[in-house]
Write a protein that binds this ligand. Structure first.
Ligand code: ARG
Length: 576
């Protein structure tokens, strides 16, 4: 069954079509009624009539009495629609019996690659990697829920010339010591020491250069050492992932090195297609429309003059592999904004090569920087730089304190044996939610106090809203009623009904631009609407029909919050 917005839009579109073919009404929530359509304004010029006149003609054609109680045209040609309370109640009854809460699976599932996280071996995972991990995971969850065949790909940086120096440093440190430094998360220390030796010690630098050659020529012992490096780092990444509760596993690791054997083929194919130009000795493609500051065309370097391959070669091979071998119809690259030009150029070249088409699209899901409260890097409580694991542990500690502080003020507080688990859900949820709820295009300030606040558009507020609803059932010793259409008499009940029915619409809007903050705003709206309902409508009333009806609204609110948060990768506690 179509969601409420689509149901209304279909009727409106038919009526608009009767007035003027191809008109496209846009529907939004409104303060004046429940919904507002503004399709008349753009037609005014075409038809030489006033928007209000056109809107009135549309309304004459409109067959919508089963969905709307009132339809009214405003002076400037907007069509204001008041949904029928009976219709809302019936739809809510359906929702109550639907574990998917109205979100239908797609009719034609697609293979979709989500390229996210992608930290670099033996280099610190920074807060930027936190963002890609959290956003990518949320998008992967939503697309999976819709029934798509989602492939999570962790394109880790596990190849390149620095590996000569890193392997030599590993040899000097001793394998065991080196690997444990890496898996403990001291990646910065490891990398910087390797760099320091490279710069101060000529012998080390020579060994490092020879090592690169050995690595590239596939020397067994060198490969073994390289694998020790990768495995040590991956253990650290896994610690971060499991603390974060993201769904990436080692099976999702398809790092840069995976494409080594495909690189020569990519160059050959580009050559055969006549796209390669030799520029300063390097093999390049010049995609139209890219220029440097002086207006000179910009090359995408596919093979360097020394025969080596770089970041762009690997990404071209990845696109080709994903489309031709995996059958991907969509590829989402959840990577920070500084790499915008890199991806635009790769995508342009891939389109020239015929790998990207209307049927196989690549989208750069870019995001802004994470800043500390002072506009600089995020620091630990002690003031020093902080590893990602350290940051996540600190989040849980702070959540524990915040919950304890709140409980001491609450006479009904329910402490229990699962307090650690609750602190983890709230701390990690707060970090993820603060990231997801910011428009990904914008920079975002990492602010402990704001993310852990129990008021406003925060993770703890939504988790608390959920737990509070569950406590209504627990404390009232009532169970969830069997699914049925609730009675909507009070305006607060009605407002809540509309909010609850909007979940599939919110998910659609979120995925239309891959913007998780839209789902966050929606869930915040649900929680706020629930709060006003709860403050204005007593739930555990004597009248049984009304009590059942309100309990259904409570349960649906909890389920919408819990499903919505789970699509963002955030867990909900049963009590807080
Ligand atoms: N490893 C890169 C970095 O840390 C991100 C890789 C993103 N994915 C890709 N296919 N290029 O910046």
């Amino acid at each position: 069954m179509p969601d409420v917005r689509s149901a209304i839009e279909q009727r409106l579109a038919a009526a608009f079509d009767a007035v003027h073919a191809g008109a496209n009404p846009v529907l939004r929530p409104s303060d004046r009624a429940d919904l507002q359509a503004n399709g008349a304004l753009p037609l005014a010029k075409v038809l030489g009539r006033s928007p209000a006149e056109i809107a009135r003609s549309v309304v004459e054609e409109l067959d919508i009495a089963d969905l709307c109680d009132e339809v009214e045209v405003s002076g400037n040609g907007f069509i204001n629609l008041t949904l029928s309370t009976g219709y809302l109640a019936v739809r809510l009854g359906d929702l109550a019996g639907d574990p998917r809460l109205g979100i239908e699976a797609v009719a034609t599932p697609e293979t979709i690659v989500v390229d996210y996280s992608a930290p670099n071996v033996a280099k610190e995972m920074h807060v930027g990697h936190l963002r890609t991990t959290v956003i990518g995971d949320a998008l992967a969850r939503m697309l999976t829920f819709l029934g798509h065949d989602v492939r999570r790909e962790n394109h880790i940086g596990d190849w390149g010339t620095p590996f000569g120096m890193l392997i030599e440093h590993l040899v000097d440190l001793g394998e065991e010591e080196g690997a444990s430094e890496l898996s403990a998360g001291d990646l910065t220390g490891f990398y910087q020491q390797a760099r320091a030796s490279f710069e101060s010690d000529d012998g080390f630098a020579d060994r490092s250069r020879r090592r690169v050659v050995l690595l590239q020529s596939g020397d067994d012992e060198t490969f073994r050492l390289w694998r020790v490096l990768v495995a040590g780092s991956v253990r650290y990444f896994d610690t971060v992932y499991s603390k974060l509760g993201v769904q990436l596993t080692d099976d999702d690791i398809v790092g840069e090195s995976y494409y080594n054997d495909m690189l020569a083929g990519v160059v050959e194919e580009l050559e055969a297609k006549g796209l390669l130009v030799v520029h300063d000795g390097a093999k390049c493609v010049f995609p139209p429309g890219f220029a440097n500051r002086n207006g000179d065309p910009l090359p995408l370097i596919v093979q360097k003059s020394d025969g080596g391959y770089g970041y762009a070669s690997t990404d071209l091979a990845a696109i080709r592999h994903r489309v031709l071998d995996l059958g991907a119809k969509r590829m989402l690259y959840v990577v920070g904004a500084p790499q915008t030009q890199h991806f635009q150029m790769c995508f342009a070249v891939a389109a020239m090569a015929g790998w990207l088409t209307d049927e196989a699209q690549a989208i750069h899901v870019s995001f802004g920087n994470v800043l500390g409260a002072d506009g600089r890097m995020v620091a630990s409580r002690a003031g020093g730089t902080i590893t990602l694991v350290g940051l996540l542990d600190e989040a849980v500690d702070r959540a524990r304190e915040a919950i304890a502080g709140r409980r001491s003020a609450d006479p009904n507080n329910e402490t229990g044996s699962d307090d650690d688990q609750i602190a983890t859900m709230v701390g990690i949820g707060a970090v993820k939610y603060s990231d997801l709820s910011t428009d990904r295009g914008r920079d975002y300030v990492f602010d402990w106090d704001r993310m852990l606040a129990f008021e406003g558009n925060t993770g703890p507020y939504l988790q608390y809203a959920y737990a509070r609803i569950r406590s209504i059932f627990r404390r009232g010793e009532v169970s969830v009623p069997a699914p049925a259409a609730p009675v909507l008499r009070d305006p607060h009940e009605r407002a809540l009904a509309i909010a609850l029915l909007w979940l599939p619409v919110a998910l659609d809007d979120t995925l239309a631009t891959y913007s998780p903050h839209k789902l966050c705003s929606y869930l915040f709206e649900v929680a706020s609407t629930f709060t006003s309902f709860y403050e204005n409508c007593r739930v555990l009333v004597d009248d049984e029909a009304q009590r059942t009806s309100r309990l259904i609204l409570c349960d649906l609110s909890a389920r919408v919050l819990s499903l919505g948060l789970s699509l963002l990768g955030i867990e909900v506690p049963e009590r807080m």
